[in-house]
Design a protein around this ligand. Sequence first.
Ligand SMILES: Nc1nc2c(c(=O)[nH]1)N[C@H]1C(S)=C(S)[C@@H](COP(=O)(O)OP(=O)(O)OC[C@H]3O[C@@H](n4cnc5c(N)ncnc54)[C@H](O)[C@@H]3O)O[C@H]1N2
Ligand code: MOO
Length: 415
Amino acid sequence: MEPVRSRPVETAPVEIADHRRLVMSLAPEPAVVEMPLERCLGLVSARPLTARLAVPPFTNSAMDGFAVRLEDVRDATPGHPVRLPVAGDIPAGSPAAEPLEAGTAMRIMTGAPMPVGADAVVKVEQTDHAPGITSPPAEVAIFEAPEPGANVRRCGEDLQIGDPVLEAGRVLDGPCLAAAASVGHGLLAVRPTPRIGVISTGSELSGAGQELAAGSIPDSNGVLLAGLVADAGAVVTEQARVPDDPARLREVITGWDVDLVITAGGISAGAYEVVRQGLPELTFHKVAQQPGGPQGAGVVGATPVIALPGNPVSVYVSFHVYARPLIAALRGLAAEPPMVRAGAGAAWRSPAAKTQFMPVRWEDGTAVPVHRLGSKSHLVASLPLVEGLAVVPAGVDAVAPGDALDVLVTRGGIQ
Ligand SMILES: Nc1nc2c(c(=O)[nH]1)N[C@H]1C(S)=C(S)[C@@H](COP(=O)(O)OP(=O)(O)OC[C@H]3O[C@@H](n4cnc5c(N)ncnc54)[C@H](O)[C@@H]3O)O[C@H]1N2
Ligand code: MOO
């Protein structure tokens, strides 16, 4: 292949914040769609939700037992139980047809509507009726005088109709969906899941497990990015491996209907920089960081594209620093990366002219580099150990044990 002369690499590196601004400027306001609640797990709410039903929606029993009128059982004790005829049986889901008459009790199950006129429930254990699956007795002995409202869950005591339930911009997990369903919602206004196209570039790439030709390497960035995209709450709907052929790259991207394309490789100073050459409308520059120095971003047609460097650790770092916040914004979420402050658990070197993102794991609450070779960007096999990226600011050339650092959490929390 003929070497192609591409635009020269800018010599002065740009700041991380500048590239971040460029990347974040690519996120359009995400759409709003109405979806059945059962299909909203993991999506982000687009509008605040208020209660259409009270919780509980009707006054009901908190226990299996007997619904009573207080005045009938005021004198009940274990030694002198009060005996009442049982006028009805109320399973959950079946309101009593009649009010509770004075001088009677009704057997009632947990969650069943309280009969009109009853003001407390005596648990079955405080009666002479055996708990379990039996038919209701003709008469029950009550051993205890209940407090007013004992074992009764009042309509609306959790939440009233019109009360706020969930804010917009919330990731809908099981508890959120439970609350939304309970207050009467079957359809939710959500942001659609961003559809991502992933491209690994390079003529040296082979499929996983394939026999390697001389100079070839397995494509690890493709699966790495697919996994990171899924972790970030988006879905890879298109994926390709493209050789060093700029026209082919362009053809692949322009044929996709996705919300974001993420490429890896082909953007630095080499002679065969397929992304730099194939997508000249992107902005390419070096960012003052290590790993992940070379970066590109822009729009091809109407599709946002971010171009990450090819080294796998650079992909990992660039994804967490730039792609993840962009995907968060596409999902309708606030985009701040999750940072914690932690002490360094070892000594290491850092390039003074750049911000270093050191891949670390937690050891007794301190951040320790996962590999003895530090932040070198080809150390793909140690990525499974990485729990965070310790941020060593520019101007610092050495980290000592105990130094306080920001750590971008990439897996779980501090341990
Ligand atoms: N003269 C210069 N050379 C390089 C510079 C520079 O500033 N001047 N920057 C270096 C840095 S830093 C990085 S990072 C890389 C970025 O290069 P590219 O984005 O163009 O990536 P490639 O050259 O295509 O690949 C780099 C490296 O990663 C391997 N790779 C690529 N794709 C995959 C994949 N899908 N799976 C696994 N490994 C992959 C590739 O074989 C290379 O070893 O440039 C430096 N060079
Ligand atoms: O910036 Mo490169 O990502 O150091 O290896």
